[in-house]
Design a protein around this ligand. Structure first.
Ligand SMILES: *Cc1c(COP(=O)(O)O)cnc(C)c1O
Length: 421
C-alpha cells in the first residue's frame, strides 16, 4: 500500500481502486442528516444486506402457499434447509462441511458443546480461559463448573495481561497450560478478544492444550467472518460463534458450531440429544432408540429456525461470492489506515489516544483508550454521524468491516474525532 495520507482525496482514491467497493451498495446504512453514518460496529451487529428481505420473503411466501408441506415443497425445502448454510459456513471457519452445523444461539451452543467436551474428573477438572472473557462466556464457564460440583475460585484459570499491559502474552497462556498439565480438562478462549481486539494464536494454544491432555475449544464470536480460521487443520476440538456480528445475519440470528471430525465416530461422548440429531434416514420412524448422526448434526436438537436461517443464507451467499482471502486483504488495509489516522490525530492532540489492540495480532477491530475523556466523547461521535462502540471506562472500539466500510469512512471518522477532541 502506498504511503497513507490524511486527506479526503487520498481516501476517495483508495476507494476507487478497491476491487470490493460495490459490495457497500448491497447493505443498508443507518442515516444521519441524510447521509450514511460511519458505521464501525459491525463487530456488534453487522448491517443488513439489501437482499435479505427477499430471502425471508421467499420462506414467508412458501409458508403461506404450502403450510406444513413447505418442508418438502418450498423452493428451498425446510427439511434440509440448514444444509444450504453448511458449505458456505465451513469455508469461512476453515472446516470440513461435516464439522459445521448452524443451530441455536452462541451461548446455548457453548453449553451443549461443554456437555460433550467438558468431562471433569477429580484429578482433571480445571478450565483455562482469558481473564475478562465476554460476560456470557464467564457465566457459562462458572455454571458448568458449578454443575459438576466445582467452584471457579479453584477450578477456573484466568490468564490476564501483565501489570500495565493491555493484552495477554501468548507465552503466559502456554506457561499456564504447562503448569496445570495434570489438572486441566478444558481450554476455552475467545479467538479474538471482544474488548482489546487481540487475536490469539489458536494453533499454538491448541497444540499446547493437547500436549497437556486437555480439550481445546474456542468462542469465535469476534473471529468468524473477520480473520482467517483453519479450525480443521489446527485440530481444534470444538468451537461456537454467532452470526449477527461480522456475519451480518440479523439480531439474534442462528449461531454456528464446529465439532472436529476426529470426534464424529465417538458415540461415547455425552450428549444432550434431540430428534434433529438422530440419523436422518430413520428420524421419522420416531423410534425410541436414539441413533446419532455421524457428523456435527448430531448436536442439533430441534428443527431449524427457517426465517433466521434465510437471513443467514442471504449473508453467507455474499461471503461465498467474495471469499475470506479478499476480505482479509482489504481488512488489513482498512485497519492499517485507521491506525495511521488515529496516530495522526494523536500528534495534534498531545497523545491522548492509545491504541490497545496489538498491531501484529488483530483482525479489523481497533480499540482505543481516550485518556482524559469520558462517555461524552462517544456521545459526541454519535451526534456527528459516527457509530463506534463504547466500553467503560474510556475505550472506543472501531471495526471497519471490509464488506461495507471504506477508506472514506475512516477519513470521516478521523475528521470528526479531531474536531471534537
Ligand atoms: C457477542 C458474544 C456473545 C453473545 O452471546 P449470545 O449467546 O449470542 O447472546 C458471547 N460471547 C462472546 C465472546 C461474544 O462476543
Amino acid at each position: 500500500m502506498a504511503q497513507f495520507q490524511n486527506t479526503i482525496l487520498f481516501a476517495n482514491e483508495q476507494d476507487q481502486k478497491d476491487e470490493l467497493k460495490n459490495y457497500r451498495n448491497q447493505f443498508y446504512f443507518p442515516q444521519h442528516n441524510n447521509e450514511p453514518v460511519v458505521y464501525f460496529t459491525g463487530n456488534s451487529l453487522g448491517l443488513q444486506p439489501k437482499q435479505t428481505k427477499s430471502y425471508i420473503e421467499q420462506e414467508l411466501n412458501d409458508w403461506a402457499k404450502f403450510g406444513v408441506e413447505g418442508h418438502f415443497l418450498a423452493k428451498n425445502p425446510w427439511m434440509p434447509y440448514h444444509e444450504l448454510l453448511t458449505d458456505k459456513m465451513a469455508k469461512i471457519v476453515g472446516a470440513l462441511p461435516s464439522e459445521v452445523i448452524m443451530m441455536n444461539q452462541l451461548t446455548v451452543n457453548l453449553h451443549l458443546l461443554m456437555v460433550s467436551f467438558y468431562q471433569p474428573t477429580k484429578q482433571r477438572y480445571k478450565i483455562l480461559c482469558e481473564a475478562k472473557a465476554f460476560p456470557s462466556d464467564q457465566y457459562a464457564l462458572q455454571s458448568q463448573l458449578n454443575f459438576h460440583g466445582f467452584n471457579s475460585d479453584d477450578a477456573l484459570i484466568e490468564v490476564a495481561p501483565r501489570e500495565g499491559e493491555y493484552h495477554i502474552r501468548i507465552e503466559d497462556i502456554l506457561t499456564e497450560i504447562e503448569k496445570n498439565k495434570d489438572s486441566i480438562a478444558l481450554i476455552l478462549i475467545g479467538g479474538v478478544n471482544y474488548f482489546s481486539g487481540q487475536v490469539f494464536d489458536m494453533k499454538s494454544i491448541t497444540n499446547a492444550g493437547h500436549k497437556a491432555g486437555a480439550i481445546v475449544g474456542f468462542d469465535l464470536a469476534h473471529a468468524a467472518g473477520n480473520i482467517k480460521l483453519e479450525l480443521h487443520n489446527w485440530g481444534v476440538d470444538f468451537a461456537a460463534w454467532c452470526s449477527y456480528k461480522y456475519l451480518n445475519s440479523g439480531p439474534g440470528s442462528v449461531a454456528g458450531a464446529f465439532i472436529h471430525e476426529k470426534h464424529h465416530q465417538n458415540t461415547n461422548l455425552p450428549l444432550f440429544a434431540g430428534w434433529w440429531g438422530h440419523d436422518k434416514k430413520t428420524r421419522f420412524l420416531m423410534d425410541k432408540k436414539f441413533i446419532p448422526m455421524q457428523n456435527a448434526e448430531r448436536w442439533q436438537l430441534s428443527n431449524a429456525p427457517i426465517l433466521s436461517m434465510a437471513a443467514c443464507l442471504s449473508s453467507l451467499s455474499i461471503f461465498d461470492e467474495v471469499g475470506m482471502d479478499k476480505l482479509i486483504l482489504k481488512s488489513n488495509q482498512l485497519t492499517a489506515y485507521l491506525e495511521y489516522i488515529v496516530n495522526e490525530i494523536n500528534k495534534e492532540k498531545n497523545n491522548c489516544l492509545q491504541i490497545i489492540t496489538p498491531i501484529e495480532n488483530r483482525g479489523c477491530q481497533i480499540s482505543i483508550v481516550a485518556n482524559g475523556y469520558g462517555k461524552d466523547l462517544y456521545n459526541n461521535l454519535i451526534e456527528n454521524g459516527v457509530i463506534p462502540d463504547w466500553r467503560e471506562p474510556n475505550v472506543i472500539r472501531c471495526a471497519p468491516v471490509p464488506l461495507y466500510n471504506n477508506f472514506t469512512d475512516i477519513y470521516r471518522f478521523g475528521a470528526v474525532l479531531s474536531k471534537i477532541l
